[in-house]
Design a protein around this ligand. Structure first.
Ligand code: KIV
Ligand code: NA
Length: 264
């Protein structure tokens, strides 16, 4: 497959096409995902839970993200690779540049940060340093201890308005993509319309430009109770290759997420 870049994704979105994102944490899954139609690989700090078996993403370190990003790069077949900045690795602008530099040197094409408009200075500094960014809003799992659990975000008017303003400010500051997790479908639609950048959703309805899932969830390998937004594609298609192709086709054709995967 041809090499995807931030520009190829923006072009595809401008032409009205949907794109797909899946997580990968190693070379084998990176190869599987990128050679079956998925445009973007997310080396997510979800690896703390699904790979390391920890309670949350909070304990994940930059060094661990570097290790997994390097492994993913060895298997990648042309996907755009986005790596998560883990918990407590992007407080100051200086620390953000330092942590992001490590992920980029491991081979990542861009970094993802969890948070709102307070990250604008960091986003601008990264942009100037040549580092594309994705800004994760809504349910930001690194803040689970502040939220008191994994809950749908942006339900009331004030929270919804704040999310739209945050997304706009971040894109203005130089953010390349926005990612929305666990937000009502109508709010995700409003954010997608409000910003001039591709918006990726998980539990955010069908109107975002792209969709993301955790690979072990969509292949039915995660032994834990699944969130409402997950669809098990391995239950439909017998090989992992076909399961991933079915996910890509569903997103492109607007069949995933279906109403039962969305929050009102
Ligand atoms: O870490 C991760 O896998 C993520 C996605 C769930 C968006 O951030
Ligand atoms: Na993450």
């Amino acid at each position: 497959p041809k090499q995807q870049t931030v520009s190829t994704i923006k072009k595809l979105v401008s032409e009205g096409e949907k794109f797909t994102v899946l997580t990968a944490y190693d070379a084998t899954f990176a190869h599987l995902v990128s050679s079956n139609g998925v445009e973007v690989i997310l080396v997510g700090d979800s690896l703390g839970m699904v790979f390391q078996g920890k309670e949350s993403t909070v304990p994940v370190t930059v060094d661990e993200m570097v290790y997994h990003t390097a492994a993913v790069m060895r298997g990648n077949q042309g996907a755009l690779v986005m790596a998560d900045l883990p918990f407590n690795s992007y407080g100051s602008v200086e620390q953000t540049l330092e942590s992001s530099g490590k992920l980029m040197r491991a081979g990542a094409h861009m970094v993802k940060l969890e948070g709102g408009a307070w990250l604008c200075d960091s986003v601008t500094a990264l942009s100037r340093a040549g580092i594309p960014t994705c800004l994760h809003l809504g349910l930001t799992p690194q803040s689970v201890n502040k939220f008191g659990g994994y809950k749908v975000q942006g339900r009331d008017d004030t929270a919804a308005q704040t999310m739209i303003c945050d997304a706009k400010a971040l894109v203005e500051a130089g953010a390349d993509f926005i990612l929305l997790e666990c937000v009502p479908a109508d709010l995700a639609k409003r954010v997608t319309e409000a910003v001039d950048a591709p918006v990726i959703g998980i539990g955010a309805g069908k109107d975002t430009d792209g969709q993301v899932l955790v690979i072990y969830d969509m292949l039915g390998l995660n032994p834990h109770k699944m969130a409402k937004f997950v669809k098990n594609y391995a239950a439909i298609d017998t090989t992992w290759q076909k399961a991933i192709q079915a996910y890509v086709q569903d997103v492109k054709e607007g069949h995933f997420p279906a109403p039962e995967h969305c929050f009102e």
